[in-house]
Design a protein around this ligand. Structure first.
Ligand code: RP5
Length: 164
């Protein structure tokens, strides 16, 4: 099974990142969690990225706020898919991090999820490793099915209540 790497720029990102960690845990995925900063620990971030393929990673999630360069810095040194989570951590409501993460130059892609979109980041990483991992793919299908059933049940309630 390919591993999923989760990196955050600061421990202040953890309350959001925990949603991604919990999702990966629920799926029984193999994952690691680290704090590496593009600005404060650039050497450690670079080392992680350079060694990601040989260390068995299939996708890397990077969460950062403010001038959020972490996902781009990680993507610069690997062709393992990188998913960026812009963290809402400043007076700009996360728009700063969103633009810093999403506006990558051609040639170095970062798949950016919504501001604080940790659960989707985890699901996207699972979909990436699920291309070759049938157990993960099966669980993703089951989750989709249960989400559909929940909405259909809610629809039934609403119809019965208001469509008299
Ligand atoms: C970013 O700066 C981190 O990802 C965090 O979202 C933000 C603020 O970091 P702290 O000052 O809280 O450590 O690099």
């Amino acid at each position: 099974m390919k591993k999923i790497g989760i990196i955050m720029g600061s421990d202040s990102d953890l309350p959001v990142v925990e949603k991604a960690i919990n999702t990966l845990k629920e799926f029984g995925a193999e994952y690691s969690v680290n704090i590496f900063s593009a600005h404060r620990t650039p050497e450690e971030a670079r080392e992680f990225s350079l060694n990601a393929r040989s260390n068995g990673y299939g996708a890397i999630i990077c969460a950062a706020g403010k001038a959020a360069h972490l996902a781009g810095a990680i993507a610069a040194n690997t062709t393992i898919p990188v998913i960026g989570i812009p963290i809402k951590s400043s007076t700009l409501d996360g728009l700063d991090a969103l633009l810093s993460t999403v506006q990558m130059p051609s040639g170095i892609p970062v798949a950016t999820v919504a501001i604080d979109g940790a659960q989707n980041a985890a699901l996207l990483a699972l979909q990436i490793v699920g291309v070759e991992d049938s157990a993960i793919a099966k669980k993703l299908d089951e989750l989709r099915k249960s989400a559909t059933e929940k909405v259909l049940a809610k629809n039934k309630e609403i119809v019965e209540k208001y469509n008299v």
